[in-house]
Structures are given as structure tokens and as C-alpha cells.
Design a protein around this ligand. Structure first.
Ligand code: MG
Ligand code: ZN
Length: 368
């Protein structure tokens, strides 16, 4: 009797276990497909390594934006010809997914033009834009919309905006559009292509489908010189315009001068730029949280200055900033991600992967 009961019980138990396994099966079916973002805000702190972030954190006003991200990764920044990248190769890799030589803008190691992310995005009818604190023709923004063999050709880079793969560019660099060696007035030419141009009144022009605002002859003022909330206002204006006119968009925002503070070995300059950047990231995150369809990525092209934060013997509550170099260093840089697809950015990988992660998420693979 007991054995019959036992057998029955065993049978019931195995049926129960079996059904549990069947019911539970989806759990073992592998990771879910990532959600496709409708907008991407890609923020680059030029020269922003972990020591720059750590050094500036204590002085952040408002929230520490970096603590708000859900997924963190580390990017290996070497270029094709140098263990230490420059900003040309360091941004071209985000645009074409290939490591290239230092100084290259949107071209591969052989100097050959490669279709960039903005061109791919335009074929998918996405809006594209760059907002920077350097000239709009500087290496980092240029790598997204231009293809030239040297970052120094800023006149030639400015002409690339006529190609129409970049819908919006806000920063400095007026002198590369007017007062050129070839005497061309690029503003006139761009205006004919449908761009709204402004050189000092960008806040007055809220609504335009295509925008080029160059608000300084070359780079924008530094924060210490009183740039104010320019980067925040320009980013908001860009997001609003791209959203309204294109719906889906990719906006690259660069805190260009974190790098310049590093080259100068000027800790206070660097910090002021990063404190400003933190505020911009916070604002972008606030919008992304409300929106639910925006992927926010914050990273760097490389670290600048070989900055280390040492004990300050005079004041134990402050760091002693120590620079090992006035150039770039080869240390890995962090990648912070929030929003649909953010989980793809966790891990340790080559900087080329950032491009492939974006292209895969947006299903632009067919156009690789
Ligand atoms: Mg830059
Ligand atoms: Zn630099």
C-alpha cells in the first residue's frame, strides 16, 4: 500500500516538476532582444578619463549625472597607428567603426572615405546633429559628417556640411565659413541648401529644420571666461528641433574643452568644463527618463594629460592634481549608458564596438 502511494506521489511529483520546467522554459531561452531606441544622444567628453570625472565630482553642482546610469563599460582607445589616439581617429572610430590613423577624419587607414554613421542614419530618415564647445569643424564633430585625410583642413571640413548628412551644427568656427582662403562665402552656399545660419543670436531662432550656428570665430569661450549655460541651451535647442522635424534623431554633444584643460595641465580649467558637462548630462537624462525612447551614451575618445589624483599634504580633503603629460594617454575610458539598448554597452571592449552596438541596435546592419 505504502509503495503504491509512494509511486503515485513520485509520479505526481515528476509531472509537477516537468510542467514547472515547461512553464519556466522561457527563462532559459536566452537574453531578450534589445529594444530599439528612437533617439540617441551621444555625449563625448573629449579627454575625459576616470580621473577627470573623479577630480571634478566633488565640485558638481546638483546631481552627479554619472551615478544615474544603469550600465557602464570600458572602451580601449588605441588607434590604428598609435597606442595613443588623437581626437580625429578617436571620433572617426565612432562614425565608421574602424580604427584609423591619428589625424584622420571619416577615412580609413588607407585614407579612403568610408560611409559614416550620419550617412547611414540619413538613409533611414533620422535627423543628425552636432553640438560642441570647439569649432563645429574641429576633429570630433567633423568625424561624424566629413571625410578628409587631415583634421587640420578645417576649411575643407566646413564645405562637407553642404553634403547634407548633418542637419544641425552648433558651436564656434565662423572663420572657416567666412574669411576663407578661397574667398567662398559658405554661409551663402549653405543658406541656398536650406540651412538657417546664425552667428550670434542662436537663442532667438528656435525653430528651423536645418541649422548652422557658429557663435565664435574659432572655439567657444571657456567656462572660466563666462561661457555660461551655452552647452545646455544649445543641446536643448538641438533636441527640440531634431525631435520636431525628424522624430528619430542622433545628436552628438561634445564637451570639447575638457581636453584643452588637460593639454594645458590646468586642473581648474578642466574641472569647470566637466562641471558644465555634468549639468548637460543631467538635463539630457531628465528628458530621456520622461521620453522612454532615448538611448543616452556618455563616453570619451581618450584621456588627456595622464592625470593622477594624489594626496594633498596641505589639505587632506583636496586632491593634488598630477599631470604626467601635456598630451593624451592610453588608459581605457568609461562608457555610461541609459535607456533602450543600454545593456549592450556593459563590458570591456575596443572603441570600434561602440559603432557596431549602435548600428546593430538601430538595425542599420544591412547598410554596413
Ligand atoms: Mg574634440
Ligand atoms: Zn587633445
Amino acid at each position: 500500500m505504502f509503495s503504491v502511494f509512494c509511486k503515485m506521489k513520485m509520479r505526481t511529483l515528476s509531472i509537477l516538476l516537468f510542467s514547472l520546467l515547461v512553464l519556466a522554459e522561457p527563462t532559459f531561452a536566452g537574453p531578450k532582444k534589445p529594444k530599439k531606441p528612437k533617439k540617441i544622444v551621444f555625449l563625448i567628453g573629449d579627454g575625459m578619463g576616470l580621473t577627470q570625472i573623479t577630480g571634478a565630482m566633488a565640485d558638481f553642482t546638483g546631481r552627479n549625472s554619472f551615478e544615474r546610469f544603469t550600465y557602464i563599460g570600458l572602451s580601449k582607445t588605441a588607434s590604428a597607428d598609435n597606442y595613443i589616439t588623437d581626437s580625429g581617429a578617436g571620433a572617426t572610430v565612432f562614425s565608421i567603426g574602424k580604427k584609423t590613423y591619428n589625424g584622420a577624419i571619416g577615412v580609413d587607414s588607407a585614407g579612403k572615405e568610408k560611409e559614416g554613421l550620419f550617412e547611414k542614419l540619413k538613409t533611414a530618415a533620422w535627423g543628425t546633429g552636432v553640438v560642441v564647445t570647439s569649432s563645429v569643424t574641429h576633429a570630433t564633430p567633423a568625424a561624424f559628417y566629413a571625410h578628409v585625410t587631415s583634421r587640420k583642413s578645417e576649411d575643407e571640413i566646413a564645405e562637407s556640411l553642404i553634403l547634407n548628412n548633418c542637419d544641425l551644427a552648433i558651436g564656434g568656427g565662423k572663420k572657416f565659413f567666412l574669411g576663407r582662403k578661397d574667398k567662398r562665402n559658405l554661409f551663402e552656399e549653405l543658406n541656398e541648401k536650406g540651412f538657417t545660419i546664425a552667428t550670434d543670436t542662436f537663442l532667438k531662432i528656435f525653430d528651423a529644420k536645418k541649422i548652422i550656428y557658429t557663435l565664435a570665430e574659432n572655439g567657444m569661450k571657456t567656462m572660466q571666461e563666462g561661457r555660461g549655460d551655452y552647452l545646455m541651451q544649445a543641446t536643448k535647442l538641438a533636441q527640440k528641433n531634431l525631435e520636431k522635424h525628424y522624430g528619430n534623431y542622433f545628436l552628438m554633444v561634445e564637451a570639447s574643452q575638457i581636453d584643452w584643460g588637460g593639454h594645458d595641465n590646468n586642473f581648474e580649467y578642466m574641472k569647470a568644463e566637466l562641471i558644465d558637462f555634468n549639468q548637460v548630462i543631467n538635463a539630457v537624462l531628465d528628458e530621456a527618463i520622461k521620453d522612454g525612447n532615448t538611448l543616452v551614451i556618455v563616453t570619451a575618445d581618450h584621456e588627456t594629460g595622464g592625470l593622477s589624483l594624489l594626496e594633498n599634504k596641505e589639505n587632506k580633503h583636496l586632491f593634488k592634481a598630477n599631470y604626467a603629460s601635456s598630451g593624451h594617454s592610453g588608459v581605457m575610458v568609461p562608457v555610461f549608458a541609459y535607456g533602450p539598448g543600454a545593456e549592450q554597452f556593459a563590458g570591456v571592449y575596443e572603441n570600434t564596438e561602440i559603432y557596431y552596438k549602435i548600428v546593430t541596435l538601430l538595425k542599420l546592419n544591412g547598410k554596413l
